[in-house]
Design a protein around this ligand. Structure first.
Ligand code: M6R
Length: 598
């Protein structure tokens, strides 16, 4: 969703750097962009609707300076227009603000400011911040105090960066929206996530809710804002070991394809770090002894969570429930201080997940998390985090992080069950080998399957047992990037309704279990839909030969690790279908990589 950057340099100009950092945030999704630069004591703004290239890169009509802020906007309050794009400036042009989040009751502040003579030029909640700072500046004079007083009046979620005429620094504030500070040499930065700044630094300070900060080229000062007074906070710098090369597409046409191909390497890496997950597994086991485990996640991470529930039950005999994060407030009245939340999130910034965690924490529940992005808000709210070590994921469609989440859940459940490190490692290495050796073949067959799907209106994905969530994931991948309607179903549930939609030629992709008992049942389900004219595509173990119209045989050694194999053709089917239809799989319409609003 909205992305923020800010750069304070000693001498050099910032526009080029602001554009480079903003471009690293493009993957979050945006509809408009803008920058504000302080030069010769004056604030200059460029903003508009469209890509960063269109809006900023092609326009060099403003003077460059050495302090600036930038923004990519994903519309929430107000339509997509130049007026609503950020940065927003105050009436006298002396304050510029970029903001990610949504302010509650901003109309009350706006009306108050209008009564004092302020003139608004956008429909956004953000614009009130600029006018409010201007108002406080007129009252108080000191820019840091004025900023903090303005922030104190805001309610809701915000990551804010602001520059003020005549002052060579950037002011920041954070509450429930991500904001990191990058520490450089003779220059300092801020951004919505580390990906925007990795090409500049690997040293970061993660701001906490309620903190405000000031960054100059040589200094970072942080305060905690409490009851309108500011208490100085110590700077805690963390080193992030993600390589900036991971943010490069290399020879791949799209990030999504690159990330799909990275999967065997991630599995190998995880297979070699099983000991790292021991502490987390012990903690989960210990916590489960005092109460229930609620797995909480959204989208693809929710599907991984369902597989996690299966693995915890099957391998470790452990009871758990899975709650979709956005539904947690309504479905969690039973969760109390003896319970544990197992939150799963790639970004660690999904607002629904964070809200669920905050509710659970407020009732005293313990929080464990499985996350990808170091320093993300979820990791700050958790008692302990297990990182999935997948590196930055840029494609909006989650691919490698799903596989890594499933692998980590497999490791954790296996460790709790008492399986030896060697056996767990073997299980993962077998999957990695199969993927490594078959990737090109899977891609070729998936491309062929995509040519059978691209002109269809509906596609169904069926699975049983541990691959029922894989079927859900296959359907999500196809619909989100190709815009073809797709549904995932437990194969046995199909006859309780959706079978009515089966007519001649409707494609159904069936994930055939390697486990004999479940396989017998799915064969029956396949016969049911084929007899009604469905066009069936099976992804099945090499060792069997289930009749279907089209099949992709794969080497599946264990049912419990099969989701990590079966999901790959589903990702590639979605990818090739989207590309054949001329859709950009990295940036599907209306979607953002990190969903930071509820
Ligand atoms: O960062 P998270 O794992 O919390 O994100 C959750 C969902 O927004 C995410 O998985 C989304 O469904 C993906 N775009 C699916 O490909």
């Amino acid at each position: 969703m909205c992305g923020i950057v800010g750069i304070a340099k000693r001498r050099d100009h910032v526009i080029k750097d602001l554009i480079a950092a903003l471009k690293k945030l493009e993957y979050r999704g945006y509809d408009s962009a803008g920058i504000a630069v302080l030069s010769n004591g004056t604030i200059h703004v460029i903003k508009g609707v469209g890509t960063i290239d269109k809006v900023i890169n092609s326009t060099r009509s403003i003077k460059d300076g050495n302090v600036g802020i930038g923004h990519t906007r994903w519309a929430t309050h107000g339509g997509v227009s130049k007026e609503n794009a950020h940065p927003h400036i105050s009436c006298n042009g002396e304050v510029a603000v970029v903001h990610n989040g949504t302010l509650d009751d901003f109309n009350i502040i706006r009306d108050k400011l209008i009564r004092k003579g302020h003139k608004f030029s956008s429909e956004t909640d953000t614009e009130v911040i600029a006018h409010l700072i201007e108002e406080k500046l007129a009252e108080i004079g000191d820019p840091v105090k004025a900023f903090s007083q303005a922030i104190y009046e805001l309610k809701g979620s915000y990551a804010i960066a602001s520059i003020i005429k005549g002052y060579n620094f950037i002011l920041l504030a954070r509450n429930k929206s991500p904001l990191v500070i990058g520490v450089g040499n003779g220059e300092n930065y801020c951004a919505s996530d580390v990906a925007a700044l990795l090409h500049k630094t690997n040293r970061f300070i993660f701001l906490k809710d309620g903190e405000i900060a000031l960054i100059t080229p040589d200094r970072v000062d942080i305060w905690y804002l409490s009851e309108s007074t500011m208490k100085k906070v110590e700077n805690k710098i963390e080193v992030i070991d993600w390589s900036p090369q991971l943010l490069d597409k290399g020879n791949y046409e799209y990030f999504m394809l690159k990330e799909i191909y990275e999967q065997p390497y991630i599995l190998n890496k995880l297979a070699n770090s099983i000991d790292y997950y021991k502490k987390f597994s012990d903690q989960l086991l210990r916590y489960s002894e005092s109460g229930g485990i609620s797995i909480v996640a959204a989208g693809t991470s929710y599907h991984a969570g369902l597989i996690g529930k299966f693995l915890l039950s099957k391998l470790a005999g452990m009871r758990s429930e899975v709650i979709i994060a956005s539904e947690f407030p309504e479905w969690s009245h039973h969760v109390n201080k003896s319970d544990t939340i197992l939150a799963i999130s790639q970004s660690g910034e999904t607002a629904d997940v964070l809200e669920a965690v905050r509710i659970a924490k407020s009732r005293g529940a313990k929080v464990l998390s499985i996350a990808n992005v170091p320093g993300s808000t979820l990791t700050r709210l958790s008692d302990e985090t297990a990182f999935i070590q997948a590196g930055p994921e840029i494609g909006v469609a989650a691919t490698k992080t799903f596989l890594a989440q499933v692998a980590v859940l497999y490791i954790i459940s296996s460790l709790i069950s008492g399986k030896s490190t060697v056996r767990i490692k073997d299980g993962l290495i077998n999957v990695a080998k199969e993927l490594e050796s078959s990737m090109e073949h899977i891609s070729t067959i998936s491309r062929r399957i995509s040519s059978l799907l691209m002109d269809r209106e509906h596609v169904f994905f069926l699975g049983r047992g541990i691959n029922y969530p894989t079927a859900l994931e296959g359907a999500l991948k196809l619909k989100e990037i190709s815009y073809i309607h797709a549904e995932g179903y437990p194969a046995g549930e199909y006859k309780h309704g959706p079978l009515a939609l089966i007519e001649k030629g409707v494609p159904s992709i069936v994930l055939v279990p390697s486990d004999e008992r479940t396989r017998e049942k799915i064969i029956y389900n396949i016969m049911e839909i084929r007899s009604r004219g469905a066009f069936t595509i099976t992804i099945q173990p090499k060792s069997v030969n289930i009749p279907s119209d089209f099949s992709l045989p794969l080497d599946v050694k264990s049912e419990l690790t099969s989701p990590m194999i079966y999901v790959v053709p589903l990702q590639l089917i979605a990818y090739h279908t989207a590309v054949s239809l001329g859709r950009n799989p990295d940036k599907p319409r209306n979607l953002a990589k990190s969903v930071t609003v509820e």
